[in-house]
Design a protein around this ligand. Structure first.
Ligand SMILES: Nc1ncnc2c1ncn2[C@@H]1O[C@H](COP(=O)(O)OP(=O)(O)OP(=O)(O)O)[C@@H](O)[C@H]1O
Ligand SMILES: [Mg+2]
Length: 354
């Protein structure tokens, strides 16, 4: 796992105001996105030439909601199912089970026409901006393309929106007429962001949006995403394995292990005192992970490697690696359940761990 040694510098008026109490208690507002019992299994290669057909459970029993203007980060090791969750939410994959309600409407049950009408509201920004951009089109043409496809505005209106959006991401003026190869990696990612946001989406799935960028450029792009979120009231589902980035952008964080959420908590609560043993291992490994009072999160080391999702352990999937595992953990899978402090944790012993 890669993690930055230090937190990002705060954008003035952004990072530290993110936790200021809003007028309305946010979790009581109607969710923009409500995901319930989401699961995805993929067909997997046979075990040997004549072995039985197998299924790989990439995501199991994932539930969460997201309100307008909020960022939920999804973290966990490579292969734990983060992108699969994002792709399910964007309807790029069909779930094996569960429901996804967007503004109360079940997108998984709907027809393709219904989904197309919603397409504009849900956008994706992913890691590889170079492959996301068309090398033959100028930046302003690419940003205009979505508006044309969705039939938004006349020519003049589209040109105005494109210019405004490019200005907002710091690619105004002469950049507009450039081709992708004439931009740096950070500028390409800004162009990708402009192309997604010009459609005025309500929810953006950011899948490792800065993982391919230099650390200094990462901070700029992350700060840009935050500024645009404040300006347009966007909700982000922010997928990342980089906890320093997550700490800077998230309101809440979901920690995934082997396809399941094992802890879902407010950012500050999680970074100050992760409750699930896996979250403790993950967050304790970040040098900068300290509570607001400067207390260091006690690192917890897990034994062995993550198991294959093709052959997950019975009971709690973490039990073979967990120093606190008991007989119950070996037999019975813990459900994600709310603790007294508001976070949810999937551990039989969450309240009594040393
Ligand atoms: N189309 C597919 N067919 C079969 N298996 C898949 C498919 N897509 C993903 N998987 C498997 O599902 C699991 C979860 O993959 P996913 O891409 O969601 O992980 P991730 O957490 O995003 O990992 P990373 O941090 O490396 O991007 C992995 O075991 C992966 O091999
Ligand atoms: Mg991924």
């Amino acid at each position: 796992m890669t993690a930055l040694a230090n937190d990002f510098p705060a954008t003035p008026g952004a990072a530290d105001t993110a936790t200021d109490a809003p007028v309305e208690e946010p979790r009581q507002r109607r969710p923009l996105l409500k995901v319930d019992g989401l699961a995805k299994a993929f067909p997997a290669p046979r075990d040997g030439l004549f072995g039985p057909r197998r299924r790989l459970t990439a995501v199991a029993d994932v539930s969460f909601d997201l309100i307008a203007g909020e960022t939920l980060a999804v973290v966990g090791e490579s292969g734990c199912g983060k992108s699969t969750v994002g792709n399910l939410v964007l309807n790029l994959l069909r779930p094996s089970a569960g429901s996804i309600l967007f503004e109360g409407e079940d997108l998984t049950a709907g027809s393709d026409a219904r989904w197309r009408a919603r397409r504009r509201d849900l956008q994706l920004i992913f890691q590889d901006s170079r492959s996301a951009l068309d090398p033959r089109l100028r930046i302003d043409q690419q940003v205009a393309e979505g508006l044309e496809i969705h039939g938004i505005g006349d020519r003049a209106e589209r040109a105005r929106r494109v210019a405004e959006m490019l200005e907002a991401v710091g690619l105004g003026g002469e950049f507009a007429a450039r081709y992708p190869h004439e931009l740096s990696g950070g500028q390409q990612q800004r162009a990708v962001i402009a192309r997604a946001l010009v459609l005025e989406p309500k929810l953006v799935v950011c899948d490792e949006p800065v993982a391919a960028l230099d650390v200094s450029v990462q901070a700029q792009v992350v700060n840009l995403l935050r500024d645009l979120q404040g300006r347009f009231g966007l909700a982000y589902l922010f997928i990342s394995h980089d906890l320093s980035v997550v700490r800077h952008v998230a309101d809440r964080v979901a920690v995934m292990y082997l396809g399941r959420f094992v802890e879902l908590a407010d950012r500050d609560a999680l970074f100050a005192a992760p409750a699930h043993p896996y979250a403790r291992a993950l967050i304790g490994a970040v040098p900068a992970a300290r509570s607001r009072h400067g207390r260091r999160v006690q690192p917890l080391s897990l034994e062995g490697e993550p198991p294959s999702p093709l052959d997950p352990p019975a009971g709690c999937a973490l039990h073979p690696r967990c120093p606190f595992a008991t007989d119950r953990c070996r037999k019975e899978r813990p459900a994600l359940r709310p603790l007294a402090d508001g976070r949810s944790v999937a551990c039989h012993h969450a309240e009594t761990l040393p």
